[in-house]
Design a protein around this ligand. Structure first.
Ligand code: SF4
Length: 456
C-alpha cells in the first residue's frame, strides 16, 4: 500500500511501436507492469524510456487514496500535453485509476485513447495496438486476473531483487480501504507456480525474493481453510534462494506455525512487514481490523521471543474518524516503546465507497497532519538510538549498487522501504559487486540510513 516513484524503462528489442511505460503505486502494481512490459516486448514492440517522442505512452496508475488519484492524473496529464504538442501519439491508462473510474476517465482526462482496468492487464498488447489504430479502447471487468510463472516479465527492480506476487485481491474489507473493490476478492496462485517462478528468478541471478499480496498471510485460504503460507515458505526455501522476505502480512492472521517456520528457515530473513494501522481498540474495531491493541502487543512479544533479531516494519493511520486525543496518545506511547523498527505513517483519507467515509467525527487534515508529524519525529529519535546500538556490530548485508561508496541493505531493510547502509570503500580494497553479500561493521547512522565499513 505504499506509493512508489515513477519508473521508466531503457530501450529493448526492435519492434513496430515505440512504447513508453510509466508505473506508479505499490510493488503489486509494479509486478503487473513488469508482466505488461514482458507481453509488449514479446509482441515485438520497442520499449523506450521517455514518452516524449514515443508512439504510445502507457501509464500504470494507482488510486487507493485521493493523493494517489491526484498523482496518477497529473502524470497522465503530462503525457496528454505531449500528445497535444504532437510529441506523442497515443495515451493508454492502465491500473487502479482505470479500474476505479473506468469510462469516466475519457471525460475527466480528455485525450486519453485507452482505459485498461487491473482486470485486463494481460490484454495490454491488444489495447495498445487498437489505440494505435485509432480506436477508443475500454477494457474493464471484474478484477479476477492474476499472472503465473508462464507470464513473460521484465523486472523493474535491480536484477538481483524481485517481487513475487503470491496472491491478488483481498477479503478483509477494512472499513477505510478501496482495494477490495479495485483488486477483487482474494485469489491465490498455485504453490507450484510460485515455486516455479522462484526457481526461474534464481536461475536469472535473483538473490532476494520479496513475497507480496494485499495480505500474504491470507495465502491459500481460498485453497485450504487454514491457509498455506507456512508450507509455501518451506517449499520456497528448497529453491536455494539466499534471501526470502515476507511483506504485507495481516496481524490477525500471523500464526504460531508461521512464526516457527520463519525461525526454522535461514533463507527467510528475520524481517516482517506487519501493518497494524492503530493500537486503540476503539479505532481498530471501527477499522474492521479483527484484532485488539493488546493482541497486537502480545503478537509482537511472541514474534520477538522466537526470533529476537526480527526487524518489524509496520504502517499506521492517524486521523481516522472518531480518533480522540486519548486514542492518539495511546498510539504515540505504543510507538515510543520501540517495538516497531520501521514505520510508514498515513493520514486518513475518506474514500468514496468505503464504510469509514460515512462515519461521523471526521478529523481535520490539520489535526491528522500534526499527529503524523509527532509520530514521525518519535520514529526518527528511535532510529538514531537503534543506529547507536548497532554501531560496532558486524553483519552480512546485500550490496545493491557500487559507486564511490557501496549501497547495501541489512536483512532488516527492505528494498526502497527501510533505508540503506552506506559502505565506505578504501581505494585499495576489493570492491563488492551488486547482488553479492558482504560482511560489514556498522560505524553509525542517522534517522534514515546506517553507515558501515567492510570487515577485513
Ligand atoms: S488488508 Fe485491509 S487495508 Fe489491506 S488491502 Fe485488505 S482491505 Fe485493504
Amino acid at each position: 500500500m505504499a506509493r512508489g516513484r515513477e519508473r521508466r524503462w531503457p530501450h529493448s528489442s526492435e519492434s513496430t511501436l515505440n512504447i513508453a511505460f510509466i508505473t506508479l503505486g505499490c510493488p503489486k502494481n509494479l509486478v503487473d507492469a513488469e508482466v505488461m512490459l514482458g507481453l509488449l516486448d514479446k509482441a515485438g514492440h520497442r520499449l523506450v524510456s521517455e514518452p516524449d517522442g514515443a508512439d504510445v505512452a502507457v501509464v500504470n496508475t494507482c488510486s487507493f487514496i485521493a493523493a494517489a488519484v491526484q498523482e496518477s492524473s497529473d502524470v497522465v496529464r503530462r503525457c496528454l500535453e505531449l500528445k497535444a504538442a504532437g510529441r506523442l501519439s497515443r495515451v493508454v491508462v492502465a491500473g487502479c485509476l482505470s479500474q476505479r473510474y473506468g469510462e469516466e476517465l475519457f471525460d475527466s482526462l480528455p485525450g486519453v485513447d485507452g482505459v485498461v482496468g487491473c482486470s485486463h492487464f494481460e490484454s495490454i498488447v491488444e489495447a495498445v495496438e487498437q489505440a494505435w489504430a485509432g480506436e477508443r479502447v475500454l477494457l474493464l471487468g471484474p478484477p479476477v486476473a492474476i499472472y503465473d510463472h508462464t507470464s513473460p516479465r521484465i523486472l523493474g527492480t535491480p536484477s538481483h531483487i524481485a517481487y513475487v506476487k503470491i496472491a491478488e485481491g483481498c477479503d478483509n474489507v477494512c472499513s477505510y480501504c478501496t482495494i477490495p473493490t479495485l483488486r477483487g476478492s482474494m485469489r491465490s496462485r498455485a504453490p507450484d507456480s510460485v515455486v516455479a517462478e522462484a526457481v526461474e528468478l534464481k536461475a536469472a541471478g535473483v538473490v532476494e525474493v520479496n513475497l507480496i499480496a494485499q495480505d500474504t498471510t491470507a495465502y491459500g485460504t481460498d485453497i485450504a481453510a487454514k491457509g498455506m503460507l507456512p508450507e509455501l515458505l518451506v517449499a520456497l526455501a528448497e529453491t536455494g534462494l539466499p534471501w526470502i522476505r515476507l511483506l504485507y502480512t495481516h496481524p490477525a492472521r500471523v500464526t504460531e506455525e508461521l512464526i516457527e517456520v520463519m525461525a526454522s528457515i535461514p533463507a527467510i530473513v528475520p524481517y516482517i512487514d506487519l501493518p497494524i494501522q492503530h493500537i486503540s481498540d476503539v479505532i481498530l474495531r471501527q477499522m474492521g481490523r479483527r484484532i485488539s491493541g493488546g493482541e497486537i502487543v502480545e503478537l509482537i512479544g511472541r514474534i520477538r521471543s522466537v526470533i529476537p533479531e526480527m526487524a518489524i516494519r509496520s504502517s499506521v493511520m492517524v486521523g481516522f474518524p472518531g480518533e480522540t486525543e486519548g486514542d492518539f496518545e495511546e498510539l504515540l506511547s505504543f510507538i515510543r516503546r520501540g517495538m516497531i523498527d520501521h514505520l510508514g505513517v498515513f493520514e486518513y483519507s475518506p474514500e468514496s465507497g468505503t464504510r469509514a467515509a460515512t462515519l461521523d467525527k471526521q478529523i481535520s487534515s490539520e489535526t491528522a497532519g500534526e499527529r503524523a508529524r509527532l509520530l514521525v519525529s518519535v520514529m526518527n529519535e528511535l532510529a538514531i538510538e537503534r543506529a547507536e546500538r548497532l554501531t560496532g556490530v558486524q553483519m552480512r548485508v546485500l550490496v545493491d549498487s557500487v559507486a564511490e561508496a557501496a549501497i547495501a541493505r541489512t536483512p532488516g531493510q527492505a528494498w526502497e522501504m527501510d533505508g540503506v547502509v552506506h559502505i565506505s570503500l578504501d581505494p585499495g580494497t576489493a570492491r563488492p559487486k551488486p547482488g553479492a553479500f558482504a560482511d560489514i561493521t556498522v560505524t553509525g547512522g542517522s534517522e534514515f540510513d546506517l553507515t558501515g565499513e567492510l570487515t577485513a
